[in-house]
Ligand binder design. Structure first.
Ligand code: PMP
Length: 361
């Protein structure tokens, strides 16, 4: 149908139109007479897809040679466990920086394998990042873990934590590919794919070489970073069709101008949305402190209350704004603005927000 549809879903999220067109085009025949999904993962054709995906990830992010890139399964949640299982050789305890739902889940999962220390007491509401000078970092921790963009709470780091040599582990699931960052500051960077990297089904892991080689004896093979490095992410059957789409999304990012273009785009989109919220004279509000507001996943609500939120969401849905409802844990409204979402689409949303306000004084 020709009805306007704008997808603000937080994940699985919008995939660039051009990518979907290409997938459709190549669905029945990827150039060798059969579909990509029918191709052996041991074929030379698939090896090319796998290598291309990994090489593009390295190129776009600027990953140094002493880091390995792994494409694994198990989602972001799988990596909550695999990070601990692969790094616990460094010690029996790890530091966790809790800034929202996802870092909290990661800490709970890791606590099955090692002693988890909270760098600051778990806040009642996740809407700010306590000043770094107040953090209680343990110099003997196996690693320090944080989530760069809390998808549910809308809290994003504007700095890289200083850990004085302790390996830094970061979950960038919802903001990878949206800005340049200095990989050399990190031990491990994890990201599930279903936000900025394509459909769900793979988790991309970046790991510094010197941290490899000593997985816990209890680590399942499918979570073993050392084995995956040796096997070039082909230890067992990967989600081949998803890796293929992942590679097309990376190609698309490159054609758009890479991370510099993605960063400019997310800056423009988020500044526009936040300006409309702050110019609304209290009609709309965002619960997050200004210095850590996410450029990517923006939670907001109507100050008139949950009934007003409902009416807003109902009308938005009718106009084709999809998946704007806030996460079930926090309610309200959430606009996820990943790379595939255009500035024009955000303009249409803010126009609706303004007219909705005018109609409901
Ligand atoms: N980390 C972050 C920041 C997320 O947003 C999510 C999912 N929304 C996850 C981890 C968990 O990912 P998965 O559902 O693939 O396990």
């Amino acid at each position: 149908s020709s009805k306007q549809v704008i997808n603000f879903g937080a994940g699985p999220a919008k995939v660039p139109r051009q990518v979907l067109e290409q997938v459709k085009e190549e669905l029945l025949d990827c150039g060798c007479g059969i579909s990509v999904m029918e191709l052996s993962h041991r074929s030379s054709e698939y090896a090319a897809i796998n290598n291309r995906a990994i090489a593009l990830y390295r190129e776009l992010i600027g990953i140094p040679e002493n880091y390995k890139i792994l494409l694994m399964q198990g989602g972001g949640t799988g990596a909550f466990a695999s990070v601990a299982l692969n790094l616990m050789h460094r010690g029996e305890k790890a530091d966790y920086i809790l800034t929202g739902v996802w870092s909290t889940k990661a800490a709970n999962e890791a606590s099955k394998y090692l002693k988890v220390n909270h760098v600051f007491p778990k806040p009642e509401k996740f809407n700010a990042i306590p000043d770094q000078s107040t953090w209680n970092l343990d110099p003997e921790a196996a690693y320090v873990y944080y989530c760069d963009n809390e998808t549910v709470n809308g809290v994003e780091f504007s700095f890289i934590p200083e850990t004085k040599g302790v390996p830094l582990v970061c979950d960038m699931s919802s903001n990878i590919m949206t800005r340049k960052f200095d990989v050399s500051k990190f031990g491990v960077v994890i990201a599930c794919a279903q936000k900025n990297l394509g459909p769900s089904g793979i988790t991309a892991i970046i790991i510094r070489e010197d941290l490899l080689g000593k997985p816990s004896p209890l680590c399942p093979q499918v979570f073993d970073y050392t084995l995956f490095t040796k096997e070039n992410s082909l230890l067992n059957t990967p989600p081949t069709f998803i890796v293929y789409i992942f590679s097309l999304v990376l190609e698309w990012v490159k054609n758009q101008g890479g991370l510099v273009a993605m960063e400019a785009n997310s800056k423009a989109k988020s500044e526009l949305l936040y300006s409309v919220i702050s110019d609304s004279q209290g009609f709309y509000s965002c619960p997050v402190a200004k210095d850590c507001r996410s450029r990517i996943t923006v939670p907001f609500c109507l100050n008139a209350g949950p009934e007003a939120d409902k009416q807003f969401l109902k009308e938005a849905q009718e106009l084709g704004f999809l998946q704007l409802k806030g996460h079930r844990l926090v309610g309200g409204i959430r606009a996820a603005m990943y790379n595939a979402l255009t500035l024009d689409e955000v303009k249409i949303l803010v126009d609706f927000m303004k007219t909705f306000q005018e109609r409901n004084p």
